[in-house]
Design a protein around this ligand. Sequence first.
Ligand code: TMP
Ligand code: ASP
Length: 238
Amino acid sequence: MQKLEQIYEGKAKKVYSTEDPNLVIVDYKDDATAFNGLKKGTIVGKGVINNQMTNRLMAKMEKAGIPTHFVEELSERETLVKRVEIVPLEVIIRNISAGSFAKHYGVEEGIVFDAPTIEFSYKNDDLGDPLINEYHALALKLASKEEIEQIKKYAFAVNDVLKAFWSECGVTIVDFKLEFGRTSDGTIVLADEISPDTCRLWDSKTHEKLDKDRFRRDMGGVEDAYSEIMRRLLRHDA
Ligand code: TMP
Ligand code: ASP
């Protein structure tokens, strides 16, 4: 399958049309941004890692009965996926306090929750992705009630798969962001990526950060953290 024309460029990926109207090619970049694009940089090799990690994790989701947009990895940075209409919701699951949760509610990072939380942001860069609840999502017609129910079920199921797999790798999944899409027949599928850009991943023993927080917080060792997390995935996903 060949790239035809670029139809979209996001902060971390480009999307191209193909000769099949139901399929597009995603091309992962090394560009990194944070704080709604205010901070910009490059994480060398990130595109390759995020592409390959996402695809392997998407395959695990399919195996667990969670439908995804994944079709076929084409190259180090390129993947063929189903064309979807992205539901403009960022779906965030948290197992441990960190990031904006710790900030909003005035708690330290690292508190392990008895049960995971879910929250939604309205995916809208101009508004800075504001936090919303399900009623807001319905009022804004971002998704139907049935779609939101389906998305919640899938999101918690993704958490179960990620928790189990990363734990085998000696990694704790603290929180992550998912995006869902509608295929041409209206089916809800998991889309976008599952990578160190979109997950907080801590070494289970040392709690060392192995994700994009190293970039967001100017901690250094960003490329090394991405390589290390990929190495761990490959060691346990033979
Ligand atoms: P937060 O604590 O900053 O709200 O982030 C929660 C999770 O969502 C964290 O794993 C990072 C991820 N995330 C994204 O993937 N994209 C974003 O734009 C933001 C703000 C967070
Ligand atoms: N990628 C997001 C941005 O640039 C934020 C983040 O991942 O922290 O806004």
